[in-house]
Design a protein around this ligand. Structure first.
Ligand code: SF4
Length: 254
């Protein structure tokens, strides 16, 4: 008989999208805790996020190119040069340029000195329809009418609409979590694509809200059922070619 497994205490937006992509991949990552090695795009994203987190903690009049550059340089020296080396980044100059382009593009989207962010890297930890969800919202602010706007930074390309379902789901999870925490309605969930200098905004319509709650609820139930059965299904797709667990995946056993 298969061993009953212990479901994780909480889910995150990204772990739920992993489950939706492939339940077995979720198991390898979240239950067996087999760590996926960091990749160059992952550390580029983390490096840029950290620069922006520090940058927006500075007072408004300090938010200049020079400040961003100096924060980037310090973080590079203290942490990210080593990370890039460990991941095996071959062209360090190009890697640093890619990070800097993201920061420069932010300045084309907004004037940082005029931005009045109400929260940066805000931890949200609450239940949605009885499911504990934990995450960090990159930033949120109040618009001119006092309404809350949540936003998430991305350093990858803007996906085609037909491939954007996981991004919409993630930002809607943050919208719902922030609303509960602030006890104020969130009127927009924005994804700021720094690499291309574009913002895609999603209105939290009733349809999107109920679909998100439904997805969270059904993922939790399926995780629990799979743990109870001690078995997680494979879901082979073209994404398997980028899956770290492919060498140990039964769907690809020779
Ligand atoms: S290789 Fe494909 S089927 Fe196997 S765990 Fe990864 S995503 Fe799932």
């Amino acid at each position: 008989m298969a061993e009953v497994l212990q479901p994780p205490d909480y889910l995150s937006a990204s772990s739920m999208t992993t489950f939706l992509q492939c339940p077995l991949k979720f198991k390898f990552s979240r239950i067996d805790r087999i760590k996926e090695p960091a990749t160059e795009p992952m550390i580029l994203g983390s490096f840029v996020h950290e620069i922006l987190e520090e940058f927006y903690k500075a007072s408004a009049d300090e938010r200049t190119f020079d400040t961003a550059r100096s924060i980037g340089r310090d973080l590079w020296d203290s942490k990210w040069a080593k990370e890039a080396d460990e991941v095996g980044v071959r062209d360090i100059n190009q890697f640093r340029w890619k990070a800097w382009w993201c920061i420069e593009n932010l300045f084309t989207l907004e004037d940082p000195q005029q931005m009045n962010l109400a929260g940066v890297e805000t931890k949200v930890d609450d239940t949605i329809n009885g499911v504990r969800v934990l995450g960090f919202v990159d930033r949120y602010l109040h618009d001119d009418d006092g309404n809350v706007v949540a936003a998430d930074y991305k350093t990858g390309k803007v996906p085609l609409p037909k491939w954007s379902a996981d991004k919409v789901f993630q930002i809607m999870v943050y919208v719902l979590m922030l609303e509960q925490m602030l006890e104020q309605p969130v009127v927009s969930g924005e994804i700021i694509y720094l690499k291309e200098g574009k913002v895609v905004a999603y209105e939290p319509t009733q349809k999107r809200r109920s679909e998100t709650i439904q997805t969270i609820t059904s993922v939790r139930k399926e995780v629990e059922d799979s743990c109870e059965a001690g078995a997680f299904q494979t879901k082979p797709s073209r994404l398997c070619d980028w899956c770290h667990y492919k060498p140990i995946c039964p769907a690809w056993a020779k």
